[in-house]
Design a protein around this ligand. Structure first.
Ligand code: SAM
Length: 319
C-alpha cells in the first residue's frame, strides 16, 4: 500500500530538479564545518532515495564521489533517471530495490543516508541491521525519522482527513487538504513548484503507515546494530536546529542550534541542567524543543577517526 502511494505520488516531486532540494548537500557541508568530516573520495548510498533530487544536489556539491540511490518505487526511480539528465557527469546510479534486501545495493559504503524512510517500515530495526552490514568500518549511517513530540498538528490534520474520507480516497483527501488550507507544510516539506503540492500533501497527511519516535525509541531501534547513535539535528515546526553544536556565527552558513541555557536560564534552571548526566540533558532538550523529526548519526566507532573534531559527536551521544 505504501509502495503504491509512492508509485502514484513520487516524492518530493515528479518534475525535474529546479536546484532547490539542497538539504543533503547542506547537511554534509555542516558536518564538515561542525565535525571536520570530509566527504571527498567516499562511496555514498541513499536508501529510499525517492526521486533522487536531494542525492543529485549532493553529487553536484561533491562531484568526486560515487553515489548509489535505491528505491522500491519504479516510478520514483524513473523520475530520478529523468532528473539526472540535468546533472551531466554526476556519478550517480539509481536502482530499483527494497532496502529490506539492502545487499542488492552493493557496498561497502562510507556513508549511508536513509532520510524519511524508516518511520514507514514494518521492521525498521531489521532495515537498520541490513544497512549496518553494508557500511565500511569507518562508515556512518545518517537517518531522519519523525518525532512524536512535535507531530501533533500534522497528525491532527491527518486524522481529520481520515475521518472525512476513506483510506483509499486519496484524490478526495488531497482536494480537502487544499480546501482546509493544509498547504502550509511543516519545515522539511518545502514546496518548490506548484506541482509539488500533491506529493507533499500525500507524504505529510495521507501516507498509509508511519511511526513516530523519541530519542528513547530511536535508541531502542538502533542499539542492536550500532555502538553509538547521536542526535545531530532537530526539525521543528518552522525551522531546523543543530543539536548542541559548537559552531559559531563566523561560519559562512546560517546555523541555528539548540540553546538550553537561554531557555532554562530565566527560570533559574541553568545549573540544574548543567549538573545532569548527558542522557538526561538530551531528554530535557527533547521536551524543550519537541522535534517533529530527528536527523541521527549512527556508527561503530571507526567513523570518529574520520573527524578532526570528534568531540562534537562524542559529547552528545545518546548511545
Ligand atoms: C518520504 S520519501 C523520502 C525520499 C528521499 N529520501 C528524500 O528525503 O527526499 C520515502 C521513500 O522511501 C521509499 N521506500 C519506502 N519503503 C521502502 C523500501 N522498503 N525499500 C525501498 N524504498 C522504500 C518510498 O518509495 C519513498 O520514495
Amino acid at each position: 500500500m505504501l509502495k503504491s502511494q509512492y508509485e502514484a505520488f513520487p516524492y518530493p516531486t515528479n518534475t525535474s530538479s529546479n536546484g532547490a532540494y539542497r538539504e543533503l548537500a547542506n547537511l554534509v557541508k555542516l558536518l564538515r564545518l561542525d565535525c571536520g568530516y570530509r566527504l571527498e573520495g567516499k562511496r555514498v548510498l541513499d536508501a529510499g532515495t525517492g526521486t533522487g533530487l536531494r542525492l543529485l544536489e549532493l553529487a553536484a556539491a561533491f562531484p568526486e564521489n560515487d553515489y548509489v540511490g535505491i528505491d522500491y518505487s519504479e516510478n520514483s526511480i524513473a523520475c530520478a533517471e529523468r532528473a539526472k539528465k540535468a546533472f551531466p557527469g554526476a556519478r550517480v546510479s539509481f536502482r530499483v530495490g527494497d532496502i529490506m534486501d539492502a545487499g542488492a545495493a552493493g557496498g561497502p559504503f562510507d556513508v549511508i543516508l536513509c532520510m524519511g524512510v524508516l518511520h514507514h517500515l514494518q521492521r525498521p530495526a531489521d532495515a537498520i541491521a541490513g544497512l549496518s552490514r553494508l557500511l565500511a568500518e569507518r562508515g556512518v549511517l545518517v537517518f531522519y525519522v519523525y518525532g512524536e513530540h512535535g507531530s501533533g498538528e500534522r497528525m491532527r490534520r491527518k486524522r481529520l482527513l481520515g475521518h472525512l474520507h476513506g483510506p483509499d480516497e486519496v484524490a478526495r483527501k488531497i482536494e480537502s487538504a487544499k480546501r482546509l488550507g493544509f498547504t502550509d507544510f511543516p519545515y522539511g516539506w518545502s514546496v518548490q513548484d506548484p506541482t509539488d503540492v500533491d506529493p507533499m500533501i500525500v507524504d505529510a497527511y495521507v501516507n498509509h503507515r508511519e511511526a513516530l519516535y523519541t530519542l528513547e525509541t530511536i535508541g531502542e531501534m538502533v542499539s542492536d546494530s550500532f555502538a553509538s547513535c547521536v542526535p545531530y539535528g532537530f526539525t521543528l515546526e518552522r525551522n531546523g536546529l543543530l543539536v548542541e553544536s559548537r559552531l559559531d556565527a563566523k561560519f559562512a552558513m546560517p546555523v541555528a542550534r539548540t540553546d538550553p541555557r537561554s531557555k532554562l536560564g530565566p527560570a533559574g534552571l541553568e545549573e540544574v541542567y548543567a549538573g545532569l548526566p548527558k542522557r538526561q540533558q538530551l531528554l530535557v532538550l527533547d521536551d524543550l524543543y519537541a522535534p517533529g523529526g530527528y536527523t541521527m548519526l549512527a556508527h561503530n566507532g571507526g567513523f570518529l577517526d574520520e573527524l578532526s573534531r570528534p568531540d562534537r559527536l562524542t559529547s552528545n551521544a545518546w548511545l
